[in-house]
Design a protein around this ligand. Sequence first.
Ligand SMILES: [Fe+2]
Length: 248
Amino acid sequence: MQSGRYGAKRIVDMHCHILPEVDDGSKSVEMTLQMLQIAQAEGITDIIATPHYQSGRFYTPPDVIEEMIVKLREHAMQKGIHIRVYPGTEIYYRSGLEEQLDKGKLAVMNHTNYILVEFAPLDDFNYIRNGMEELRGMGYIPILAHVERFQCMLEDIERVKSIKRVGCKISANAGSIAGDYGFRIKRYLGKLLGEQLIDYVGTDAHSAERRSPRMKKCAELLYKKYDSRYVDDILYGNAERNLLEEDE
Ligand SMILES: [Fe+2]
């Protein structure tokens, strides 16, 4: 059992590069198991594996992701790790994604119509908004990955609201909320959290070392500063209702 105010609760990491040797995340099965052990110690109970999809650079087909997760569950069970792992992808936006998505070539978030979408840090706001709207128009519910990473989003909170108004969702990285990426980022996310504009939190972990799946510091800060029902929602409830439904 974990300690702290969230001890008895479940926590979902909805953004994690935990699958071995498919992108710039985990480098081996051993590292993946170490990441799972860290995650368990951090109070994480569910992980959506989101390997990068970036045209010409990273691509893992959905059936490969599913197979890896089955194997991972076996390894985890042998090690006494009780974390549920679900399929997903972090999709780097470019125009023309429709075809990939419609043909089922990209793993959506646990077989739902939610997709995790990222852009380049310096992409123009109109480009990001139009991209998100385009995906929403295709029937998907895009979740913007790490909102705090985009310069244009840092400049004006209204931009976050405008993306949410068209039915898209917003996520932030746990380490950024906890202050690991500086005061400016922490303060910005504090403003978004104060207005309840964040929908999901992920670790965006890439390894068992520097970028490992840490959630404890973030969760403690959230429960200390914000409405506990809202914190329950962004750490677990929203994912439970919308992303984890189809787990067997
Ligand atoms: Fe990521």
